[in-house]
Every structure is written in C-alpha cells, then in structure tokens.
Design a protein around this ligand. Sequence first.
Ligand SMILES: O=C(O)CCC(=O)C(=O)O
Ligand SMILES: [Fe+2]
Length: 307
Amino acid sequence: MSERNKNPKDLEEGSEGWKKLCKEVREACEEYGYFQVVYEKIPMELHDEMFVGLKDLFDLPLETKQKNKSIKPFYGYIGRSLPLYESLGIEDSHNLDQVQAFTDLMWPNKGNPAFCQTLNQMSKMMQELEQIIRKMVFESYGAEKHCDSNIEESEVIFRVMKYKTTHSNEDSAVGLGAHSDNNILTILYQDVEGLEILSREGEWFPLRSQQGVFTVFVGQALKAWSNGRLHAARHQVMMRGSKERYSYALFAEPKMEAVVEVPMELVDKDHPLLFRPFQHKDFLRFFYSNRGADNSLEDFAGIIKGE
Ligand SMILES: O=C(O)CCC(=O)C(=O)O
Ligand SMILES: [Fe+2]
C-alpha cells in the first residue's frame, strides 16, 4: 500500500484531510502492519548524502566500527554474527552533540562535519514523521490524550545498515532473518530492494524501493498498547544480485523503565483486554531469550481467556 499525500494541509491537525489520513493510517496498521509513505519535507538530496556517507562509514576498519558500543543489546556495532549484515546504532540522534560524538569516534582525526549534519537532519525529520504517525494512530482510537506522555516515555535509536552481496551461486541469500520489530514504530528507508513482508495469508512478498518512499512498521510494543488491534508485520531482508545494500531506520521504542499498558479507550465488550501491563525492559529480556520468536508478546504478556 502506498499513501501519497500531496496536500500538506492534510497534516494540519483537526482538518478533514488529517482525520481521513488518521483513519487510513490506522486501517493500514490494523490490516497489514506496515505501510509506505512519502514525507515531502525530506529532499532527495538528503537521501543521496546519506548513502554517500554510509559507504564511507562502513568502509572504515572493523576496529573503528567496533568502538561504537552501548550497554543496550543491539544498539552498538553489530557485525559478523550474520554473514551479510552489519549495523551501527546512534542513540538520541536528534541531538547534534550525540551525533557529533559518534562521527568523532568514527573519524578521530577530523571528525566528519558534513555527514554529522546529514545524519542529524535525516534522523530529526524521520523522528518528526514518526511522531505524526504515532499521533494519527492514537487519535484514530480516540486515545489522543495519552499521546504526549507516550512520546515522553519513549526514546529513539537511529540504525544504519549494510548488506553484502551473496558471492555465491545461489540466487538469493538471507540478509536479515524473519522478525517483527519489538518497538513502537519503525521508519525505514532502503535504496536497493531486498525487504520482504509476510502477508497475513503467510506469503512473502518483496517491497519495491521507490525514491523518497519510507516503509513504516508497527512494532510489538504498539501492538500490545493497541490491545492487539494493530498487526506487527513480520519482515526480512533477502539479498539478490550483485549490488550491496544500505538502509537506515529510526526505531521509536518505550524507555526501558516505561510501562506498556492498554489505555481504557481500547477495551470494551467487543475488545476484552488481551495484554497485561508490563515494563518494556522485561519484555525485551523475554524477547531476546526467546530468540525473537513470533509469539513472544502473547507468551509474555497475553491474558489467557477466562483468567
Ligand atoms: O534493512 C532493512 O531493510 C530492514 C532492517 C530491519 O528490519 C530491522 O533492523 O529491524
Ligand atoms: Fe525490522
């Protein structure tokens, strides 16, 4: 599904266009668990600059990339655990000082002021887009009064990724295995195709990459919040052909201590409570020890009918 909103006025909260968009976003998230969107404010040149910078970044020596560390799992540098995949995470990337600390760490001699600006600009705009979408989802459920506190109790991680080509005779190879994201919302940009989505009917289908088009995924924390009404789509990256692939994503997720709880607006006779409240860090611990299994959320926080 592709939403092309050509009228910037539709982003004016409370307008008829806004209300219509809220409904469309919610329906896509319920039905498919993802959708595609263009954010006109982001110029194509900024994407181009991102890909130039990413190539230089991943070309740095392994020891340099490994300096990007975090106490949180999957936040720092990930490489070598999967044959084709490598990624670097930047915490609080909307904050210029944080991004500069990252680029200074990667380029210790002169830093990389141009790429630092690009990363910060891109992540700020992707965060803006994420918050608009989150607001739309909350509003469409009549739960807008919870949105500001939900945003307040969340944080973002910006992750940049590189996938090597297969170098084998096989015509395809797994870049990143099947999973659904465990966060609130993910905003992802890919240049070379490879992203695939599992439909509710159990079929994998590839997402075309189009200029300026972001893919938005519902994560499991938002699925839990929505009392199971939103679908967290499973997706994977398959590498085909001889082109390396770069992508970047902004992950909005509850702060570790935050409690994910279904608001009362989403519970009624037709929608009995499906998930107990939980602290996000406890869910993450369960999720990782369960190797990200498909039913982690239900096993961890699901309320068994009749309980
Ligand atoms: O690189 C991509 O296109 C997908 C990455 C992804 O799904 C993830 O990091 O959760
Ligand atoms: Fe993902």
